[in-house]
Design a protein around this ligand. Structure first.
Ligand SMILES: [Zn+2]
Length: 104
């Protein structure tokens, strides 16, 4: 069985900028990801072709946002909303634009 190693560390500058963009308090620690992922999610939302290409190339989902219905990539998912289909303590990611106005 393959294993995955996740290193927890304080959010870096790009990550903090992301949380500021979606109006969310950064976590004290977050899992390691590629720095390019942090940079890609900071690309302005209106550049949908870029986000679609990035999501496709990196294997992220490209699905409609459950709130606004506009497609977004897994790399730019922000806050979550409850998902009654999967039970308590589970949620569905919403797009960065909806995350900006959605309460934490
Ligand atoms: Zn949305």
């Amino acid at each position: 069985m393959p294993t995955v190693k996740i290193t927890m560390r304080p959010p870096g500058l790009l990550s903090r900028l992301w949380y500021r963009r979606i109006n969310q308090t950064p976590p004290a620690l977050e899992g390691s990801t590629r720095p390019t992922g942090h940079l890609a999610r900071l690309v302005p939302y209106p550049l949908r072709r870029f986000h679609h290409a990035y999501a496709t190339a990196r294997g992220f989902f490209w699905l409609p946002c459950p709130l606004c219905g506009h497609e977004f990539g897994g790399h730019e998912a922000g806050k979550t909303i409850p998902d009654p289909a999967t039970g308590p303590n589970r949620g569905r990611g919403i797009c960065s634009r909806c995350s900006r106005t959605h309460p934490e």
